[in-house]
Design a protein around this ligand. Structure first.
Ligand code: SF4
Length: 376
């Protein structure tokens, strides 16, 4: 089964660490949404099969949309695709949007999973991120999600903030654990080029924690969550049994997905496509029948490298039997020989034909994957 990703490219303000595509020009929402609905219709036959197992509203800030606006998307999706009865349907939401009334209106839509951008319960950290909510709002929003009838809730947190340490992380995790959240995405702060933080770091206005501090926070996170029943199933994602994100797992398992909206990416099994990251141009091009995307046809090496990159970040690991049957013996041999040094160093472990990162390996997952890439 395939997935549909809907990118809602609007936010109310700029978080200092964020490099996602979004616009603050909220007056354009309706026009851009209409163009996105047109894109859904135009691309009804993009996927190899039109059976949909997951739908994900990401952004940007999807919780800016009213339930009525969200229902326009469901009407279009249900009209053009065959959505599984048990489909996982997620919406990313910011705490300051989640009033009880709004949540009740969402509970009348097909959405059955909320991913709440908590980031921290520390007011100083929230201010340093330029988030719009404070700790009390974050707590109230989680409580309201459950009261409004949602049970499948994920919370996003960011650790490694300036001035942070294992104690600040512990405090955030203690508060999250007081709610019955089923999934936690925990990201270490990374400084992306096109962000305010990049400028602040260069100007010396913020000082990041040392590498040892970050490694200490990661180790603490891993211990804390495994002691409270959460399993790490991807470098930054933890879930109670049965509650991993099916949508994101499908990305990591190379299943096809259709991405709708400015900057959204799509994958049909043999090529990738990405939409223009500009709301007005996206709208103008779609409405006038011009091309609004770029596309890359993937070679066998590209597909192998993506398999290695995504699978090694997960608990499912990379399977040499699969590599042999999908890519051929040359790739399988290249993989098993290249992986040996990481098995010897304790970063990878082998269980039958499956190679998985150890706890030590998870810290340098991307570096290991890139060493195993096939360069022809
Ligand atoms: S983190 Fe989310 S809410 Fe903040 S600017 Fe980025 S997309 Fe918008």
């Amino acid at each position: 089964m395939s997935g549909i990703y809907i990118h809602v490219p609007f936010c109310k303000n700029i978080c200092y660490y964020c490099d996602f595509h979004f616009s603050l020009a909220l007056a354009n929402i309706d026009n851009v949404l209409n163009a996105m609905l047109l894109e859904l219709k135009l691309r009804a036959s993009y996927l190899p099969d039109n059976k949909i197992g997951t739908i994900y509203f990401g952004g940007g800030t999807p919780s800016l949309l009213s339930s009525k606006q969200l229902m326009f998307f469901f009407d279009a999706i249900y009209q053009h695709f065959s959505v599984a009865d048990n489909a996982e349907i997620s919406l990313e939401a910011n705490p300051d949007d989640l009033s009880y009334g709004y949540l009740k209106s969402l509970s009348a839509t097909p959405i059955n999973r909320l991913s709440v951008g908590i980031q921290s319960f520390n007011n100083l950290s929230l201010k340093l991120m330029n988030r719009r909510h404070d700790a009390e709002t974050a707590k109230a929003s989680l409580a309201d999600c459950f009261d409004a009838g949602f049970s499948n809730i994920s919370a996003d947190i960011i650790y490694g903030m300036p001035g942070s340490g294992a104690e600040t992380l512990c405090s955030d995790l203690d508060i999250i654990s007081s709610f019955p959240v089923k999934h936690i995405s925990a990201y270490s702060l990374t400084i992306e080029k096109r962000t305010a933080y990049n400028k602040f770091v260069k100007e010396g206005r913020i000082i990041l924690p040392t590498e040892d501090n970050i490694i200490g926070q990661q180790a603490f996170l891993e211990d804390y969550l495994s002691n409270t029943g959460f399993n790490r199933y991807e470098v930054s994602n933890y879930a109670l049994p049965g509650y991993h994100s099916k949508h994101n797992s499908n990305y990591w398992n190379s299943l096809p997905y259709l991405g709708i909206g400015p900057s959204a990416h799509s994958f049909c099994g043999s090529s990738r496509r990405w939409n223009i990251s500009h709301n007005l141009k996206y709208m103008q091009y779609i409405n006038s029948g011009q091309q609004y995307w770029e596309q890359e046809d993937l070679s066998l090496s590209d597909i192998y490298n993506e398999y290695i990159f995504t699978r090694l970040r997960t608990v499912w690991g990379a399977d040499s039997n699969f590599i042999s049957s999908r890519f051929g013996q040359v790739y399988e041999q290249y993989f098993t020989v290249s992986a040996q040094k990481y098995i010897a160093s304790g970063h990878l472990e082998k269980q039958e034909s499956v190679y998985k990162l150890t706890d030590k390996g998870f810290y340098i997952a991307d570096g290991i994957a890139s060493e195993l890439f096939y360069v022809s």
